[in-house]
Design a protein around this ligand. Structure first.
Ligand code: ZN
Length: 277
């Protein structure tokens, strides 16, 4: 049994109880009027929002209300949290919840935002990392203790360019979905137990292909960072799914279909502009 198949068996046991009732509090939050200045921030900062069909934009605005009503934001390193920061983060994170029986990232309580990339702390979990001047610099981290850490500079930059396959918020919140079953292993909670084996089969095959390609220093529509481990592969594949859907579908049809089945949206149909490899 492959690693991914074993992970899928474990994860399938967690599928029961996936559906959560929305609850009256969340219904009230979703029904709150959405301030025009908030929408202006989304239009200005979140390129994916501009690509969304109108019905999904409306649904997203409701999810954002719940998200902002339930999650705490904390500025770090001198950064003062404002609506622009809150909306730019929530507006992207909640794209992962569209059309799904969502639980609003139940393991997440607080989002810590630094002005820019920050020196890595001692206890890292799944994070989005790059190296610079031989020091390890973090753009973001997703912790299992209810905290997510983001660099505002990189949030803003990766939100503006919707075609390069890099999106820090989508990446870190994909890790949040992945760890809803308690384990960050590239196998999020799926709707039905019967889906786990196909998920494991497709994602394992695609992951191994990326590992082989990366060893040969060849580029793909999926970032090489996904070859780090199955958890990073899921997070990076999520970025490609939303940011380069046409290319991902053309080059990795089964993976695209698996992610479309999971995310319950089809970003390829939103596409307006040519994507960059
Ligand atoms: Zn990551």
């Amino acid at each position: 049994m492959s690693l991914w198949a074993a992970l899928a068996v474990t994860a399938a046991a967690s599928a029961i109880g996936y559906y959560h009732s929305a609850g009256p509090r969340r219904r009230r939050l979703r029904a709150r009027p959405f301030p025009p200045e908030w929408e202006a921030i989304l239009m200005r900062n979140v390129a994916l929002y501009r690509k969304l069909p109108q019905n999904l934009r409306a649904q997203l605005r409701g999810h954002i209300q719940v998200f902002l009503g339930e999650k705490d934001f904390e500025g770090c390193g001198g950064l003062v949290i404002n609506d622009e920061i809150r909306l730019t983060i929530a507006g992207q994170a909640c794209i992962l919840l569209l059309n799904r029986p969502c639980r609003y990232f139940p393991g997440l309580n607080a989002i810590l935002v630094y002005p820019r990339a920050y020196i890595q702390r001692a206890r890292r979990q799944e994070g989005y990392i790059h190296f610079e001047d031989e020091r390890q610099i973090n753009l973001g981290e997703s912790w299992s203790n209810g905290t997510l850490v983001l660099s505002w500079n990189d949030v803003a930059n990766t939100a503006h360019d919707v075609r390069d396959g890099h999106n820090l918020v989508l990446h870190e919140f994909a890790h949040q979905l992945d760890t809803e079953d308690g384990v960050g292993d590239g196998v999020p909670l799926l709707e039905q137990q019967s889906k786990y084996f196909h998920w494991a089969e497709v994602l394992n095959r695609e992951y191994q292909a990326l590992v082989n390609l990366t060893r040969k220093h060849q580029k793909d529509v999926i970032q090489a960072y996904g070859a780090t481990n199955p958890a990073e592969f899921f997070a990076v594949a999520t970025e490609a799914f939303f940011e380069r859907p046409v290319l991902l579908h053309r080059k990795h049809a089964e993976l695209y279909q698996e992610l479309r089945d999971f995310y319950q949206v089809d970003p390829e149909t939103w596409n307006e502009a040519r994507e960059q490899l």
